[in-house]
Design a binder for this molecule. Structure first.
Ligand SMILES: [Zn+2]
Length: 149
């Protein structure tokens, strides 16, 4: 049985999660416009998908924070319409700002593993607990002259 990547307990679920990553240099394109950044990020991102073992507690936390992040995003985007309808800046402080904070914090806390780099279908991640990492058998060292090109 798999183990939970967050605490090392027995996993009760293993959702298939797609992780995406792009080189941080692409963030510089935000200065030229968010749309340009989004286009570059979509084109140049690298993704891998695999099942991530989670215990009942961490699966529940992941679901709850995901819902919170979506609610925050809806509040953040919807706040602009409310502000426009009211012709007031108050909703920007009362709706948009808390929505943005909830979206960022929620998505961060809903994250199981965070990719450090993904290239050619191979990813390096952070965020797994030490006891989970200790439960993984060590990878055998490559035998020189075999499988290398
Ligand atoms: Zn857990």
């Amino acid at each position: 049985m798999d183990r939970c990547v967050k605490c090392g307990d027995v996993a009760t679920s293993a959702p298939l999660i797609t992780f995406s990553w792009h080189t941080p240099l692409i963030f510089l394109s935000i200065f030229a416009g968010v749309v340009l950044y989004l286009i570059l990020a979509l084109i140049l991102r690298q993704s891998v998908s695999f099942r991530v073992g989670l215990c009942h507690r961490h699966a529940s936390l992941r679901r709850a924070w995901s819902v919170g992040a979506w609610i925050g995003l809806v509040a953040f985007l919807g706040g602009f319409f409310v502000a426009a309808a009211m012709e007031s800046g108050i909703p920007l402080l009362v709706v948009n700002l808390p929505g943005l904070v909830l979206a960022i914090v929620g998505s961060r806390l809903a994250t199981t593993l965070r990719p450090i780099v993904i290239r050619d279908g191979v990813g390096h991640f952070t965020g797994a607990c030490p006891s989970y990492l200790e439960s993984i058998p060590a990878m055998p060292l490559p035998v020189p002259g075999r499988g290398e090109r």
